[in-house]
Design a protein around this ligand. Structure first.
Ligand code: C2O
Ligand code: CU
Length: 443
């Protein structure tokens, strides 16, 4: 059974509405069973925050303080990393670097920090093996603008990817060397908000804000909304001048906020296609217009969201560093001895996640930096820096994760204004776990 057949068997309307605040300021991490592929298939054993995959979509207002007690009911240690949030180092959730792991069977840890930036962020564990994310531990963290743009609905779409067998059981080899040394573990089943989607009901005249989060360990998405002209208003939470997005490309860890004006005819249907792997393009879902009179015939113009209070790097005075990502299948890492199971390198060295290791770079606090990121491999790598937002040069796009094409380079610039030890790594989690990881120290 290929993925398409698998998909077409699962029939479910989707998209639970965003769940709002975690009740009682608590996130409980525990195993649960959840139906991923629809009623025609058995439920799957997954791990979840507060009993659902994805975990609750946490919603705050810009400037508010998040305070959540995490209770670990798993039989394994965990942590929670708040991807993209510029927070104090001790709250970053990197085990053995910023905190001790939260103990199995009852360990607790309270995360508490301010939310300086509005935007779409997400949370997930940060352990050495991709297992915990692949089992379903992730959720969206939405920080609303003080004056949010007017929309009919503000929706979170968390995309994830599973390797399931015919009984919808999860393949438990989470760090297969073949996958880790190639493009990572690309599964056979894609879910949207924890369900294989079939159709999504809309009403003509609605303006939707879609907050897309790629929570997959390795799958990259390229979404096309047939018959529609979505506009991107933010990447990785940070506003951009509204721009048409004929094909929205999202590597693991990345987010995009889209404005989707539902301007088609009542009763019509339109496919949303994911064509990143061109030979394996498939229909993610269908937009189905209800047969109701349109709410409106024309839509007001979009304005750019107010930018976040991120310091602008001074490009003329920025100090430069070159960071080279290498390795992969047939790459240069010796496969024996100390480096067994390591396939990838950063500036020539593979780093096993969360080993105690010397920083790759020491950055001076408040200094501007320009990092040249060189992908010297034949694979895609979404490179993520913790604790900061960076500019992706040239242009006005900000982000915390940048997708490097095979054999390509990118430049990012930022002010090192957040002291501490921050991870810089590939967000293909199988790559991260097999060497493509480094630490940057801001002092
Ligand atoms: Cu989304 Cu270092 O992680
Ligand atoms: Cu990678």
């Amino acid at each position: 059974m290929n993925r398409r057949q698998f998909l077409s068997l699962g029939a479910l309307a989707l998209a639970r509405p965003a769940a709002g605040q975690a009740p009682g300021g608590r996130l409980r991490v525990a195993p649960v069973r959840q139906s991923l592929a629809g009623p025609a298939h058995p439920a799957t054993d997954v791990w979840a925050y507060n009993g659902t995959v994805p975990g609750p979509a946490l919603r705050y207002r810009q400037g508010e303080r998040l305070r959540l007690e995490v209770e670990n009911a798993l039989g394994a240690e965990t942590t929670v990393h708040w991807h993209g949030v510029r927070l104090p180092n001790a709250m970053d959730g990197v085990p053995h670097v910023t905190q001790a792991p939260i103990a199995a069977r009852g360990g607790r840890f309270t995360y508490e920090f301010d939310l300086p930036d509005a935007g779409t962020f997400w949370y997930h564990p940060h352990l050495g093996n991709p297992e915990q994310v692949s089992r379903g531990l992730y959720g969206a963290l939405v920080v609303e603008e003080r004056e949010p743009p007017e929309v009919a609905r503000d929706l979170v779409w968390v995309l994830s990817d599973w390797e399931l067998d015919r009984e919808a059981r999860l393949d438990e080899e989470f760090l297969n060397p073949m996958a880790a040394s190639h493009d990572g573990r690309i599964g056979n089943t894609v879910t949207l908000n924890g369900v294989v989607p079939e159709s999504f009901a809309v009403r003509a005249g609605e303006r939707l804000r879609l907050r897309l989060v790629n929570a997959s360990s390795a799958r990259i998405y390229a979404l096309t909304f047939e018959g529609h002209a979505p506009m991107v208003i933010a990447y990785d939470g940070h506003p951009v001048a509204p721009q048409p997005a004929a094909r929205v490309v999202l590597g693991p860890g990345m987010r995009a906020d889209l404005m989707l004006d539902c301007a088609a005819q009542p009763g019509s249907r339109h496919r949303v296609i994911d064509s990143f792997y061109r030979r394996n393009a498939y229909e993610l879902l269908r937009l189905e217009y209800r047969d109701e009179t349109p709410l409106r015939r024309s839509f007001p113009p979009l304005r750019m969201l107010r930018t976040n209070p991120v310091a602008r790097p001074d490009l003329a005075r920025a100090l430069r560093h070159r960071v080279v990502f290498g390795g992969g299948a047939m790459g240069a890492v010796p496969s024996q001895g100390e480096h067994k199971g390591m396939f990838w390198t950063v500036n020539g060295k593979p780093i096993r996640e969360h080993d105690h290791h010397a920083p790759l770079l020491e950055l001076k606090s408040r200094q501007s930096y320009l990092l040249e990121l060189v992908n010297d491999t034949a694979w895609h790598h979404p490179i993520h820096l913790h604790g900061h937002a960076f500019r992706v040069l040239p242009g006005e796009r900000w982000g915390d994760t940048v997708l490097l094409e095979p054999k390509s380079r990118a430049e990012i610039a930022f002010v090192a204004d957040n002291p501490g030890d921050w991870m810089l790594h590939c967000h293909v989690l199988e790559h991260q776990a097999s060497g493509m990881m480094a630490m940057v120290r801001v002092i």
